[in-house]
Ligand binder design. Sequence first.
Ligand code: ADP
Length: 481
Amino acid sequence: MRIVHATGELFPYIKTGGLADVVGAVTNALAGYGHEVAAFLPGYRPVLEHPELAGAEKVFSFGVDMGSDFLKGEIRSVKLSKNLTVYLVCRDEYFDRRYPYGPPDRDYEDNAERFIFFSKAVVEVLVRTGFKPDIVHCHDWQTALIPLMLRIEERRRAVAIAGKTVFTIHNLAFQGIYPHKVFELTNLPVELLNIDGLEFYGQVNLLKGGILFSDQLTTVSPTYAREILTPEFGCGLEGLLSMRSDELVSVLNGIDQDVWDPQTDSHLPANYSNSDLKGKETCRRALLRECGFDERFTGPVFAMICRFTEQKGMGVLLEAGDFFAGGESLLILLGSGQEYYERKFTEFATRNSKSVYLGLKHDEGMSHLIEAGSDFFLMPSIFEPCGLNQMYSQRYGTVPVVSRVGGLADTVIDIDESPGKGTGIHFSPGDSGELRKAMKRATALFADKKRLGGIRQRGMKTDFGWKTAARAYESLYREII
Ligand code: ADP
């Protein structure tokens, strides 16, 4: 098959979250299976500077209508492997910036413009190269207009540009909602600006384009696929999604089991495997030292690594924070995000400095040491499309304590509900009392070393690799073309 992926981020060149990992892993795997794959990405500054992409060559200059303006850009490409080409959409005014969507505390003001331009450029390349992909797979709001723009362009030119379109929702909370006037930049027929098109409560909702006009919809875990059909998780689009539920399937994300492997991880002071966990003890001592705690501490160590946002349950954790006041358990927090939570957690960590460590930074190396050196990994998310850390932690013999939502419900099995199969602890989302109870269960488990050992073993042996997801996308493509 000839397959196109269009994305706002791609690992290892630019990443803000799980989306980059998914597209990076899946495009590589599909190319490895012999498909001809083209991945489209904006030519952001760090992308153009990345050693693997620095040799990207100009394919052509192009121009597209943006409202009443005609804006120019350049397409560069680099062949990464026999079957995988990356196309970079370049226009300095839009993409010569350090961040894909904006610095940590805000979005760029012209994001709508930037990604409408990007979407038009993808269509333009498909027209000009005559690549005729069997599948065009788009991701999240940034590329959600492509399926629609493709069909409009086909009608206008009376030619076939592409086969089927697939649209994946990685996080429904981000919809690309902009003022009415943004619609003009799309140059789409004005009849599309109504409730059955892109309009959303008097504004323009780019994600609606992907949901309404792609041939196939997917999301990243089975539970999230059900949840987004309900008012609680549907972010106002549950009605629309329910209308298209026959075309909505889930493909569970995976993790890179080469990068996240305690047997070979170069970020760790000692490596280990499920047959010998001695190295995990060394990692725990190193982690405690690194965080300024006494390495001889014998109680349980809880950890969390995430964006500091409401979604990740930071509010719930704050409410349950007194759990750590006595010093019987330690809490290690790594992340950054909303200014409110950064301030609240700074106060909390200062009040509980003997038992709480706070690292307000992005630190890849430390995130590996935390996965290895802690005993329990906390994920009190209010919603979680898939989540990655609960899978990393199981691979590192660290027991996840998670709210029962989205991908967390699908990848962690509760140890009391399924004693022979359990890999972690579940609790009800958004409830600090439940989180406290869950942490108490974890503490009891920590005291029962034999049971803890069995649960660790099961987690470490679970296969969360990408192969399953890549093969699932491949079969889905075959089914629909
Ligand atoms: P989301 O995409 O919603 O942010 P995911 O769990 O799907 O959440 O992916 C986030 C990834 O970013 C995880 O691999 C997580 O460990 C990593 N991460 C988040 N914050 C930090 C940080 N401060 N330092 C290192 N890695 C981080």
